[in-house]
Every structure is written in structure tokens, then in C-alpha cells.
Design a protein around this ligand. Structure first.
Ligand code: AMP
Length: 170
């Protein structure tokens, strides 16, 4: 299945100069959504993965389906102030300023082998911060994965050697 055919470019969203990769056509297609999850599940089943760490908010959609398919749990990484219990926080650079993500302190243990998942890797700041959260929790990262990689932004170089995979590359 050509998943790329289900990704739509939205120019100048959310601000001028950004070409937003819109995954809603893929989500809306029963065949494309199933193909994306099947491809992820084939890659991560029988690998001893205990948790899928999914990044707010579009990462949750794929993360939940993948976790179910491979018999893992799902752990949310969220923007600041959304998680109710004690959290670890990681801050990363944006073009202007910084942003932060959090994980529950007791979500991941040293027994966990995880896949860290988001919909898109652009500059890599978000995924790298999520990987730091997993590592500081003591978990082992099997791989970081996104549906879409914007290769011209070299985001995977920010991941400090964490293995990385994307279903679709631009
Ligand atoms: P970054 O930290 O720069 O790798 O940005 C990744 C996060 O921002 C992901 O959670 C994406 O959902 C979102 N994002 C960044 N750039 C785009 C884009 N061009 N299209 C869609 N989502 C994007």
C-alpha cells in the first residue's frame, strides 16, 4: 500500500512557511490505517516490547492501535500540566524559544523495553526529548518510530544514537 498517497500537504499551517503533513486522510481510510498499523505491528511483534511510549496528540492514535496489536501497554508523553501524577520533564529548543514534554515518573521501569512513537519527525526535538524521558526513567529503547520523516530537517541526528525508523520519508 502506498501510504504516501494518503498524506496531504497543507501549506502555511499552523503558520506561514510551514508545509503541514496532514495524516487525517490516512486515518479516515480503513485500508490505509490498517496497513500503517500492520506495518508497525509486523516490525515490533515478538521483540519483547512491553510499552509503546506515544507522544501527544497524534502519536496517541497510532500508539494505541500498535500497543493493542503487539500486546504491549501504552504510556503517554504529554505537554506540560496534562499528566495528573508526579512527572519527569524534558525541555527542547524550538525555532523561537523552548517547549517541554512530561512522562509519569512511575510509567517506565528498568524492566521495560519500549518503542517511542510520534506521527511526524521534523527537527527531532520532540522525539529526542521523549527518548530522554524514557532513558531517565531507566527504560530501554528498542527503536523510535514515526509515520512520517522530514529528512531535510535531519531530525534523526538529534536522537543521540537511538535507532530510528519511519514508514514514509520526504
Ligand atoms: P519536531 O520536534 O520539530 O520534530 O516536531 C515534531 C512534532 O511537531 C510532531 O509531534 C509533529 O506532530 C509536529 N510537526 C512538526 N512539523 C510538522 C509538519 N510539517 N507537519 C505535521 N506535523 C508537524
Amino acid at each position: 500500500m502506498d501510504l504516501k498517497a494518503y498524506i496531504r500537504d497543507i501549506p502555511d499551517f499552523p503558520k506561514p512557511g510551514i508545509i503541514f503533513k496532514d495524516i487525517t486522510p490516512l486515518l479516515k481510510s480503513p485500508e490505509a490505517f490498517r496497513a500503517a498499523i500492520d506495518e508497525l505491528a509486523a516490525r515490533y511483534k515478538n521483540q519483547g516490547i512491553t510499552q509503546v511510549v506515544a507522544i501527544e496528540s497524534r502519536g496517541f492514535i497510532f500508539g494505541a492501535a500498535l500497543a493493542y496489536a503487539i500486546g504491549a501497554g501504552i504510556v503517554p508523553v504529554r505537554k506540560v500540566g496534562k499528566l495528573p501524577a508526579a512527572t519527569f520533564r524534558e525541555t527542547y529548543e524550538l525555532e523561537y524559544g523552548t517547549d517541554s514534554v512530561e512522562i509519569h515518573q512511575d510509567a517506565i521501569t528498568s524492566d521495560d523495553k519500549v518503542v517511542v512513537l510520534d506521527d511526524v519527525i521534523a527537527t527531532g526535538g520532540t522525539l529526542a526529548a521523549a527518548c530522554r524521558l524514557v532513558r531517565s526513567s531507566g527504560g530501554t529503547i528498542h527503536e523510535a518510530v514515526t509515520i512520517i520523516e522530514l529528512t531535510f530537517l535531519n531530525g534523526r541526528e538529534k536522537l543521540n544514537g537511538v535507532p530510528f525508523h519511519a514508514l514514509i520519508s520526504y
